[in-house]
Ligand binder design. Structure first.
Ligand code: HEC
Ligand code: HEC
Length: 236
């Protein structure tokens, strides 16, 4: 356990300190899963031990990632469990490219993914305020036009927190710099380190320039939402 935490801590430190270029050269220190002895892997990890792998990035308010550019690490507490599980599976099988999240997701079993997804969905519940169905800020004419072009609300919900399917993400109030990186990733093809192979969002993101994606990200990111960063003590 201590060893695992130490390794993950090292991984975390490497993740923040190493430059984007160096990360490309050395994709994601695969030390974390390998450091767990095979015998231990057979014993189911406690939920606490699993979540301990995540808090170094997802439970620190304002924590920044540096790859592929500097942006705040997404909030996952309060997110739909089905979407969390689907995102982790996509990092694991390479449909979503991100060296660090891939290494982490690769160390998780299907059961780990299910448990963590349920845990993070419930983590947000206590702090959630009741949202109105309408967004709390109206888009300006430009953003409104962009949203109509791709019917964002038809899938993500009028307030961007009630997607039509629980395997779709809540995005209202998510960090706008992360939303922008995510939207650009749906457009990226043929890069071994960056990109998201999602047919639905790929077709949508490709209709927009990066400047337009940034407008959309900034609007959605300033809405009231249900996502939170819940600080946790590492050694609870
Ligand atoms: C070293 C920092 C770091 C650690 C540790 C980490 N993550 Fe992440 N996580 C990130 C970053 C950065 C992203 C955004 C990646 C991208 O651009 O796709 C991310 C993305 C995610 C997403 C997708 C969010 C979304 O809105 O699509 C989920 C879910 C997630 N992480 C869950 C976890 C879980 C569960 C753990 C622990 C088992 C964990 N992460 C550990 C940095 C980290
Ligand atoms: C047809 C349904 C649909 C429409 C329309 C749609 N989305 Fe999505 N969106 C999805 C799905 C499904 C995902 C999850 C994809 C994945 O697993 O990577 C997603 C993911 C996203 C993400 C990534 C969230 C994260 O946490 O990483 C952003 C940002 C986003 N959508 C914004 C938009 C915007 C802005 C529009 C309108 C311009 C839009 N979407 C239109 C279905 C849709």
């Amino acid at each position: 356990m201590t060893k695992l935490l130490t390794t993950l801590f090292a991984l975390t430190v490497a993740f923040v300190t190493v430059s984007a270029q160096a990360q490309t050269a050395a994709p994601a220190a695969p030390a974390a899963p390998a450091a767990t002895p095979a015998a231990k892997a057979a014993t189911p990890k406690s939920l606490e031990a699993k979540a301990a792998m995540c808090i170094g990035c997802h439970a620190i308010k304002g924590y920044h990632a540096t790859f592929p550019e500097v942006y705040r690490v997404p909030m996952i507490a309060g997110q739909n469990a089905k979407y969390i599980a689907s995102a982790l599976t996509a990092y694991k099988n390479g449909d979503r490219k991100h060296p660090t999240m891939r290494t982490i997701a690769a160390s998780l079993s299907e059961q780990d993914i299910t448990d963590l997804a349920a845990y993070y969905e419930s983590e947000g519940k206590a702090e959630q305020k009741t949202l109105a169905d309408k967004p709390n800020v109206e888009p300006n004419a430009q953003v409104s036009g962009l949203m109509q072009k791709a019917a964002c609300v038809s899938c993500h919900g009028a307030n961007f927190s009630k997607p039509i399917d629980p395997s779709y993400p809540k995005i209202a109030g998510q960090h706008p710099d992360y939303l922008f990186v995510a939207l650009k990733a749906y457009k990226t093809e043929g890069n071994p380190q960056v990109g998201r192979a999602n047919g639905v969002m790929g077709a949508i993101a490709k209709q927009f320039t990066n400047a337009e994606l940034k407008e959309l990200a900034n609007y959605v990111g300033k809405l009231d939402g249900e996502l939170v960063t819940k600080p946790q003590s590492r050694m609870r």
